[in-house]
Ligand binder design. Structure first.
Ligand code: SF4
Length: 109
């Protein structure tokens, strides 16, 4: 579903049927975090979903206020692979368990 920021995100839910205007982020709701539409502008989740469609990638989101963005709340994500049972440091790429790089990218000693 399209977020208020205009990007597609599978965690966004909007119900506008018959005058309703319910909007929520189900990723933040799962961790009990407060969502507001401005968070979608800087959230990394839509970019990760476009880059990596791995079904085993799960994300945990928190809302934080980094010092570099004074008084601006931002979504911080931690990714985890449910198949290899390890944290994913680069969620745009994945953990490498299911989709290893082709041998042409191997560096020979
Ligand atoms: S805050 Fe991020 S994860 Fe939540 S609906 Fe917006 S873009 Fe999606």
């Amino acid at each position: 579903m399209r977020t208020p920021a205009g990007t597609e995100c599978k965690y966004f839910y909007g119900d506008y049927f018959r005058g309703r205007s319910l909007e929520e982020c189900r990723l933040l709701k799962a961790t009990g975090q407060q969502w507001s539409p401005d968070l979608c502008k800087t959230c990394p989740a839509p970019g990760i979903q476009r880059a990596n469609a791995c079904e085993f990638l799960s994300m945990r989101a928190t809302v934080e206020r980094p010092l570099t963005a004074v008084f601006q709340r931002r979504v911080q994500l931690k990714a985890y692979c449910d198949k290899s049972n390890k944290p994913v440091t680069e969620p745009h790429i994945g953990c490498g368990e299911c989709h290893p790089l082709p041998p042409i990218f191997d560096v020979k000693p």
